[in-house]
Design a protein around this ligand. Sequence first.
Ligand SMILES: Nc1ncnc2c1ncn2[C@@H]1O[C@H](COP(=O)(O)OP(=O)(O)O)[C@@H](O)[C@H]1O
Ligand SMILES: [Mg+2]
Length: 216
Amino acid sequence: MNRGRLITFEGPEGAGKSTQAAMLISKLEARGIEVIYTREPGGTKLGEAIRGILQYNAAGEDPCAESEVLLFEASRAQLVRNVIQPALERGAWVLCDRFADSTTAYQGFGRGFSVELMETINRFAIGRAVPDMTILLDVNVSLGMQRCAKRQVGKKIQYDRIESEALEFHEKVRQGYLELARRFPERFRKVDAMRHAEPIAEDIWKLVSDAFLSQG
Ligand SMILES: Nc1ncnc2c1ncn2[C@@H]1O[C@H](COP(=O)(O)OP(=O)(O)O)[C@@H](O)[C@H]1O
Ligand SMILES: [Mg+2]
């Protein structure tokens, strides 16, 4: 039985996942809660090596679509066993900037692999680390892309392999996330992310504190 809470942030590129995760972390830490932040792929030595391969072709060739799924899952399995599960067991909260639903949305709904197969592989990778709450930051593709373009200004890094996919792909991803939120209403909380960061953070705080902090 987990003592901590596992909260995942999901949504398209530029939805504000990293921004909102940071805002929630400072609110939780202000209440004396130990919070671990993870991003995917990565978060362990193995995971960071996989991140280089997936995002910037560090291995020197494009992973095929099937390898892409399995590399994400390998990174995730390692993160769960070495970071997430130990943290939850000692009572820490874990905030994941992307988790298993990203594979279902991007490789399932986006690339067209069987959604059920993606969910089966996800279950194998995550074991007992099922999120207590998944916050879906919903943003339309063009606004998300505009925000990413702004984030890019002044930086030398280019868009990574997945960010560079066609708009049509990102639209499928967005719709896939919305479908997941309909399928798993007990876990998903959809938040309109097409607003300023502050009101979004307030909505998220209300969802989280009502669900997990209401007794005290
Ligand atoms: N609600 C918002 N309104 C406007 N800009 C935002 C908002 N949230 C985040 N941003 C900015 O948009 C860019 C993408 O946000 P980020 O949190 O990195 O998104 P994600 O992690 O979902 O890709 C960043 O430059 C960030 O500062
Ligand atoms: Mg981010």
